[in-house]
Each structure stands twice: as C-alpha cells, then as structure tokens.
Design a protein around this ligand. Structure first.
Ligand code: MN
Length: 247
C-alpha cells in the first residue's frame, strides 16, 4: 500500500514524523508537506507563482506552498504512481466542528479525496504533543483497519485523537461534526511603527457538543471518526429560496 502523508504544521512537525514512522511499519510512505506552518490555510491553492519542492535529509519532501498545494502537486505530477491513500496530520490541536472549514490538515486530506484518492485527517486534540506516540499508534491501527474498505469506496474521514495513553482510551465512536460558538473577537496590538494591527482571535467554545458529536466523543476519551462530505449545498434552504422567487 502506498500512502502519501501531508499536514499543515510543516514537514518538521513531530506529528507528521510520528505518523509517517508508524505507517511505515506496513506501508510505503511518501511525505510531501509544507515548508512552514500553514495551519488555517484551508483549501487554498497557490496560483500566482510556481511551487518549489525540496527534499530534507530524512527524505521528506517540502513545498513552499499550502497543504492543498502539497497534495495537489504530489498526486498530479510529482509522484510516479498514485497513492492508495492520503493521510494528513497528526495535527497539533483538535479539528472538530467548524474547525474543519479552516483546517489545513483536513484540507490536505480533502484534496486527496477531490482527486479520487481516499483520505484520512488525524488531529491530536490537545496542543503540545501529549501522548503523541499512542496517538500515532492509534492512527496507524485505524489506517490499517480502514484501508481495505476505503479501497472499495473512496471516502474522507476526519479523526480526532484524545491525548491519552493507549491503555486509557475509552474506544472509538463514529460521530457527526459539532458546532462552535462564534469566534472570539480579533485582538488589537500596536506594532513597533505605531500602527494598530489585529491578531485573529481564538475559535469559539463548543456549542453543539452533545452525544453523537466529535466534541462529545473526545471529551469522554473516545477516538472520534467523522465521515466528511464536500457538498456544501444547503438542501433545507432550497425550497424557501424557491418560494421567495415565486412571490
Ligand atoms: Mn495545524
């Protein structure tokens, strides 16, 4: 099995290294990841300049672009063969609910999926890499279990891993995305030139976080597995909009 590994934290991230090593036990792994931290890059493609691909001493390839650029370049030209699977992560922090809209980790996986390759995004819900080794072991175990199914039916999975030792994991739950409250306001600051600048504030806290959601699962020590779809059509709003036009 050939696996393309990417992320949004950068090719040097402990999370991508732990993931690539764990997957190498049973798969042929190629790493193509951003040159720097592109967290929050979502699905952006770089269209205003060409992209450079370089290789680090450990063999990982890095691109001066976004997570989506990395997977796009890898699958549509760089790699000699299509991968069987795209695996993204392990991200430094959760990607639950609305996070999935902004996440470069999810976007890297989504780009594989949009190009017809099944894909899985992994995120460690607590920042700073607590219990990264058990997270990587869980990720590799899930990839091995899901790969045969994904080979038949390309799918996009978003997986959040609780920061716990393997022995303290409560299990695995198939979930839907929860929702967060609106984002916190921007944080103004004054730069050395006396100009006011604005830091994007933190994501909102969980709002829709009841049983069945990703938030609820990880809160209870369960690995959260959410199948994602890419169609953003608001089906419930089609009839109301039709009705506006009929008046
Ligand atoms: Mn990230």
């Amino acid at each position: 099995m050939r696996i393309l590994v990417s992320n949004d934290d950068g090719y040097f991230s402990p999370g991508i290294d732990a993931l690539a090593r764990a997957l190498s036990a049973f798969a042929e792994v190629t790493v193509v990841a951003p040159q720097r931290d592109r967290s929050g890059a979502s699905n952006s493609l770089t269209l205003d300049r060409p992209l450079s691909v370089r290789q680090a001493a450990n063999g990982y390839r890095y691109v001066d672009g976004t997570p989506t650029d990395c997977v796009h370049v890898a699958i549509t030209g760089l790699l000699p063969q299509r991968p069987d699977l795209v695996v993204s992560g392990i991200n430094d922090g959760a990607n639950m609910g609305d996070d999935t809209i902004y996440s470069g980790t999810v976007a890297a996986a989504m780009e594989g999926f949009l190009l017809g390759v099944p894909a899985i995004a992994f995120s460690l819900v607590q920042r700073g890499w607590p219990h990264l080794d058990s997270a990587a072991a869980s990720a590799a175990d899930l990839v091995r279990r899901f790969a045969p199914h994904l080979a038949r039916q390309p799918m996009l999975l978003n997986i959040n891993l609780p920061a716990r030792p393997a022995a303290e994991l409560a299990g695995i739950e198939v979930t839907r995305l929860g929702r967060r409250h609106m984002a916190e306001p921007v944080v103004p600051a004054v730069n050395p030139r006396g100009e006011t600048v604005y830091w994007i504030g933190p994501a909102g806290s969980a709002r829709d976080a009841g049983p069945g959601t990703d938030f609820h699962a990880v809160e209870h020590g369960l690995i959260s597995v959410t199948p994602l779809d890419v169609d953003l059509t608001g089906g419930q709003w089609m009839q109301p909009v039709h009705d506006w036009l009929a008046r």
